[in-house]
Design a binder for this molecule. Structure first.
Ligand SMILES: NC(=O)c1ccc[n+]([C@@H]2O[C@H](COP(=O)([O-])OP(=O)(O)OC[C@H]3O[C@@H](n4cnc5c(N)ncnc54)[C@H](OP(=O)(O)O)[C@@H]3O)[C@@H](O)[C@H]2O)c1
Length: 250
C-alpha cells in the first residue's frame, strides 16, 4: 500500500474498553492510528508498538485530558502539525455520572459536559478544518442509548450524550458539502470498566429489556465503528446507529 492509499485515524479513549477494541480493529484493517489516552502509560505504549508491528501500521500514542480545553487543543494541534492526512476521527472517550437531578451539582454537570461534549466539539472543529481542505473525511462519535432513552439518575450523562447526538446531526449537515460524513454509535450496556460500579440487579433490569439479554463485548461496538469509519457506509451521514442488543424503542 502506498502512502496515499493508507488511511489514518484518530481514536480517543484508546487505552481500554470500546476505544481499545477500536484501535485493535482498525489496526487489523490496516489503518494507521493516533491512539489518544488521558495520560502517559509505558505498558500502553509497549502494547501499541507490538500491535503496530503485527499489523504493519504505525500507531502513535497521544496524551491529553479531555477535561482540559488547553491540553486538548495543544494535543490536536500536535497531530495536525505532523501534516499527515487525517481520514477518520473516532471520538470514543467519555465519562459517566449517575445521580438524580436534585443531587447533581452544577460543577459535576459542567465536568461531564467538558469531557463528553465541549472538548469533543473542539476536536471536531480542529480536525474537520484539515478534512475540509482535503474535501474528504469521516467522523464517528460514540454516544449512548442514555442520550436517547430518558432514565432517572442520568441527567448529566444522558444530557451530554443527547447533546452529542444533536451535534452529530447538525455537523453532518454543515460538512456534507466537503465530503465529510458524520455519524454516531449509540451502544447499549457494554462489558467495560464503565459498568463496574453498577450492581448486578441494575444490570439485570436493563438486560431484561433487550432481546439478546446480554451486554455487548467492546469488539461488537468496535465492529459497528469500523463500519461507519469505512466506505461500507458511504451513503450514511447524520445517523445514530443503535447497537444495544435489541432494546426495541417503540
Ligand atoms: N460501557 C457502556 O455500557 C457504554 C454504553 C454506552 C456508551 N458508552 C460510551 O462508550 C465510550 C467508551 O466507554 P467504555 O465503555 O469503553 O468505558 P471505559 O472502559 O471506562 O473507557 C472510557 C475511556 O474514556 C477515557 N476517558 C474518560 N475520561 C477522560 C478524560 N477526561 N480525558 C481523556 N480520556 C478520558 C478513559 O481513559 P482512561 O483510560 O484514562 O480512564 C477510557 O479510555 C464512552 O463515551 C461511553 O460513554 C459506553
Amino acid at each position: 500500500m502506498n502512502a496515499t492509499d493508507e488511511k489514518n485515524v484518530i481514536v480517543t479513549g484508546a487505552k481500554k474498553g470500546i476505544g481499545h477494541a477500536t484501535v485493535l480493529k482498525l489496526a487489523q484493517a490496516g489503518y494507521n492510528v493516533w491512539a489518544c489516552a488521558r495520560a502517559f502509560d509505558a505498558e500502553f505504549e509497549e502494547e501499541l508498538a507490538k500491535m503496530a508491528e503485527k499489523y504493519g501500521v504505525w500507531i502513535e500514542p497521544v496524551y491529553f485530558d479531555l477535561s482540559d480545553e488547553g491540553l486538548t487543543k495543544e494535543a490536536i494541534k500536535g497531530i495536525i502539525s505532523e501534516k499527515k492526512k487525517i481520514d477518520v476521527l473516532v471520538n470514543v472517550a467519555g465519562t459517566v455520572f449517575n445521580g438524580s437531578f436534585a443531587m447533581t451539582s452544577m460543577t459535576k454537570i459542567k465536568e461531564i459536559f467538558e469531557v463528553n461534549f465541549f472538548n469533543q466539539i473542539q476536536i471536531m472543529q480542529m480536525i474537520s478544518r484539515s478534512m475540509m481542505r482535503k474535501r474528504n473525511g469521516v467522523i464517528v462519535n460514540v454516544t449512548s442509548v442514555s442520550g436517547i432513552e430518558i432514565t432517572e439518575g442520568k441527567l448529566a450523562y444522558g444530557s451530554s450524550k443527547a447533546a452529542l447526538i444533536y451535534a452529530t446531526k447538525a455537523i453532518s449537515r454543515e460538512l456534507a458539502c466537503y465530503n465529510i460524513r458524520v455519524n454516531a454509535i449509540a451502544p447499549g450496556l457494554t462489558d467495560t470498566d464503565m459498568n463496574k460500579t453498577i450492581s448486578e440487579d441494575e444490570i439485570a433490569v436493563v438486560l431484561n429489556r433487550s432481546s439478546l439479554k446480554r451486554m455487548a463485548q467492546p469488539e461488537e461496538i468496535a465492529n459497528a465503528i469500523e463500519f461507519l469509519a469505512s466506505d461500507q457506509s458511504s451513503f450514511m451521514t447524520g445517523q445514530v446507529l443503535i447497537v444495544d442488543g435489541g432494546r426495541l424503542w417503540c
